[in-house]
Write a protein that binds this ligand. Structure first.
Ligand code: PLP
Length: 425
């Protein structure tokens, strides 16, 4: 199995599986029974049956408000508490109360950015963002410019990677926070989050990580990474639409957030204004169960430690996805595509943005769509990145984004369609 810097934990008991149980995995996702090839996972992944069951079970049996004394309401409180513990397990958070639930990632980034803006000291008012990130983690911070923040850019190099060596000279005693992604949702390129955290902390700054695109692909370990805040969207990670925010307890404690007077000024309550979607939170807990059960199957005997099961599953997923990346890179390279990201499978996830010379990206996606293949074209909500790539916002790129349940056969169908497109031109 491949080792890489993103797997920080090792468990003696983890058995090395002979092969990834792809048939068993796919059988758990009802939507994958259709012959449709789904390569648009970066926009939202499919959900396993266990998640559908959890959502339906919640709506059928405890579709009530939390905080009541009657059994159904008590059950809602239990479901939320379980989901917090499950997500904490997924992230390796030190306690469940560091996890807050809500609508989506963007609204959480806005919430944290507004809270940071409220406490900005003029002598430490600098925020560093990147030109690789999804705009949810750029525009939200740029909006603080009108509130006293000095927002500057950590730019990717011409190799289309963020290099921590380029961040270091930007950091100073004036830096309040660095906001960056763990992996590019467009190019698929990984960012060395522990190194970013170490550099930011050396300057006395905090690190906010957009983990939306990373979560389905590799192991998260907020303690080993050393970040201060991290945001995810459940719907990218085999759950229904919802989002969650993790923050170090003492950081969340000191954030000024909106809450009614009688709500305790403590995480997670101070972060969760109003009611969130309980059934989808139940679904998120089940998505972690799905990952855990994949890990348990891979480990066989010795799978008693739940975090070890998560590590086993995410290590195997990462390994499998590198094979998918390699094959996609081969197909695209052999068919004349301009690939905008990394060529090394070890340094990326199987999210690939490309163009065919002289072809409008929408022509490719429409052709694929007619052949039962779902991919996406456009700016990928990354205007700065499009600018750096010299691409127009109204055309952009083609993106094919795979996860562990995709197969080499599906890539074969994609290749066939790509060849057919090229020969029809
Ligand atoms: C990397 C990344 N960050 C942030 C977002 C925004 O997430 P949400 O739709 O949950 O607000 C997305 C959505 O595509 C994303 O891919």
């Amino acid at each position: 199995m491949t080792t890489d810097i993103y797997v920080t934990e090792t468990f003696e008991t983890i058995a090395q599986p002979a092969s990834f149980p792809i048939a068993e995995v796919r059988a758990q996702f009802p939507a994958l029974a259709e012959s449709f090839v789904f390569f648009d996972n970066a926009a939202g992944a499919q959900v396993p049956q266990i998640v559908l069951d959890a959502v339906m079970n919640h709506l059928l049996h405890c579709n009530v408000q939390r905080g009541g004394c009657y059994p159904k309401s008590v059950e809602v409180d239990r479901v939320i508490a379980t989901a917090r513990a499950k997500v904490a397990l997924l992230l390796n958070a030190s306690e469940p109360d560091e996890v807050a639930f809500g609508m989506n990632a963007t609204s959480f980034i806005r919430l944290v950015s507004l809270a940071i803006a409220q406490g900005l000291a003029p002598e430490r008012n600098q925020i560093i963002v990147t030109d690789l990130d999804h705009d949810a983690n750029v525009a939200t911070w740029l909006a603080l410019r009108g509130m006293g923040a000095d927002v500057i850019f950590w730019r990717m190099r011409d190799d289309r990677r963020l290099h921590v060596e380029d961040l270091v000279p930007l950091l100073s005693e004036r830096t309040r926070l660095v906001a960056c992604t763990a992996v590019s949702h467009a190019l698929g390129t990984l960012v060395d989050v522990p190194a970013v955290a170490a550099a930011a902390h050396a300057a006395g700054a905090e690190l906010f990580v957009d983990c939306v695109h990373y979560t389905p692909h590799a192991l998260i370990d907020v303690q080993a990474w050393g970040c201060d805040y991290l945001v995810c969207s459940g719907y990218k990670a085999f759950s229904p639409h919802m989002g969650f925010l993790w923050g170090r307890r003492e950081k969340l404690r000191s954030l000024p957030t909106f809450r009614e007077d009688f709500i305790p000024d403590e995480p997670p309550h101070k972060i969760e204004a109003g009611t969130f979607i309980f059934e989808n939170v139940a679904g998120m807990a089940a998505a972690v169960d799905y990952i855990e059960s994949l890990g348990a199957g891979l480990m066989g005997k010795g799978s008693n430690d739940p975090r070890a099961r998560i590590v086993a599953a995410m290590t195997a997923i990462r390994d499998r996805e590198q094979s998918l990346s390699r094959e996609m890179l081969r197909v695209l390279n052999e068919n004349g595509a301009i690939i905008y990201g990394e060529q090394a499978a070890e340094a990326r996830v199987p999210t690939l943005c490309f163009n065919l010379p002289g072809v409008h990206p929408a022509d490719v996606t429409n052709f694929m769509s007619d052949r039962g293949i779902g991919i996406r074209d456009g700016h990928m909500y990354a205007p700065r990145l499009m600018g750096r790539l010299g691409l127009a916002m109204d055309s952009g790129v083609v993106r094919a984004s795979l996860v562990h349940y995709n197969t080499l056969d599906e890539i074969g169908r994609f290749e066939e369609a790509l060849r057919a497109f090229q020969s029809a031109r």
